[in-house]
Write a protein that binds this ligand. Structure first.
Ligand code: NDP
Length: 291
């Protein structure tokens, strides 16, 4: 039987809001490329109704879902089994509804590191990294950043106690990989970093870069996890100080590919999907910012 003979397996992205999400488009591109029979939609869950929305979706025969703001922590609780990277992050962005229970994974970190090391061709080993933010996105990526073995990662956040708690929860992994971890307030961010990653929602709030430009040096790779027009302020700031700016579109496509692989057991080629999304966004298609 070919993939065209059987009904498509159903998946969706669940969030609030969710109408801006580019994930249905990305998974449609992956399905077309791989020949996998997949039907991927959007599910708007009420703020107090994530669990009932997902349970109804699964009961209807769906095979899994992606989870976006603000439900990644609730998804972590709902999963009966979790991958080690989801355990470390304390957040789940991908659920798989297996017959013997629900699996939770977090693909954000692998998506970011793949985008930086492969798409942006910037191997992280031995580098000085600055991670801005200590919310769900920062928690999702810190483990994968450590596994890439930079020399040092400094986490800075508007609320410094959250940066310090995030570093504490990753201390053992940092030691195991020989990576120095530190935390600080935004104002105390270290100067002249090799890679600066804005995982805060400052761009969403329209406030651009939340740290002083001394964190940059010529050639710094400065990444905002946002994409579309909202990321432009950060990218302009990076360019104005001699850094190489990069938005979060590559991470979005790469984390989707990881989720696709978690569900279907095969990894799509991300380059054509990223090129298509980039072209669509530059045509002014969407102001998207999240998975
Ligand atoms: P959370 O709400 O969990 O955390 C927000 C973080 O941003 C906190 O650390 C908060 O600090 C900080 N923050 C908020 N406003 C400001 C500001 N004006 N100045 C400085 N810091 C601020 O959000 P997430 O972590 O889930 O998401 C963060 C960003 O990452 C979003 O923009 C999201 O779109 C993006 N993202 C992109 C993905 C992609 O695939 N490209 C995937 C996942 C997320 P405090 O602790 O003090 O409140």
């Amino acid at each position: 039987m070919t993939s065209h003979d059987r009904p498509a397996d159903r998946y969706a992205v669940v969030g609030h809001p969710v109408e801006h999400s580019r994930s249905p488009r990305i998974h449609a591109l992956f399905a077309a490329q791989t020949g996998e029979a997949l039907d991927y939609g959007r599910l708007l869950a009420p703020l107090d109704g994530f669990e009932s929305t997902v349970r109804a979706f699964a009961a209807g025969g769906a095979r899994g879902c992606n989870v976006t703001v603000p439900f990644k922590f609730e998804a972590f609780q709902l999963a009966e089994r979790r991958t080690p990277r989801a355990e470390l992050a304390g957040a789940v962005n991908t659920l798989r509804f297996d017959a013997d229970g629900w699996w939770g994974d977090n693909t954000d970190g692998a998506g970011l590191v793949r985008d930086l090391e492969h798409n942006a061709a910037r191997p992280l080993a031995g580098l000085q990294l600055l991670l801005i933010g200590a919310g769900g996105a920062a928690a999702g990526v810190l483990g994968a950043l450590i596994a890439a073995r930079p020399a040092r990662i400094t986490v800075v956040n508007r609320s410094p106690d959250k940066a310090s708690a995030l570093v504490d929860s990753h201390a053992e992994l940092g030691r195991a990989h020989g990576v120095t971890l530190a935390s600080a307030a935004l104002a105390d961010a270290p100067a002249a970093q090799d890679v600066v990653i804005n995982a805060s929602s400052s761009s969403l709030a329209g406030s651009g870069a939340p740290v002083d430009a001394r964190v940059l040096k010529p050639g710094t790779l400065a990444v905002d996890l946002m994409y579309g027009p909202a990321a432009q302020g950060f990218l302009d700031w990076a360019r104005a100080h001699g850094a190489q700016g990069r938005d979060g579109l590559g991470m979005l496509v790469e984390q989707a590919a990881e989720a696709f692989c978690f569900w279907r057991g095969r990894r799509p080629d991300t380059a054509p999907a990223l090129a298509a999304l980039r072209a669509e966004l530059s045509g002014g298609a969407n102001h998207g910012s999240k998975a």
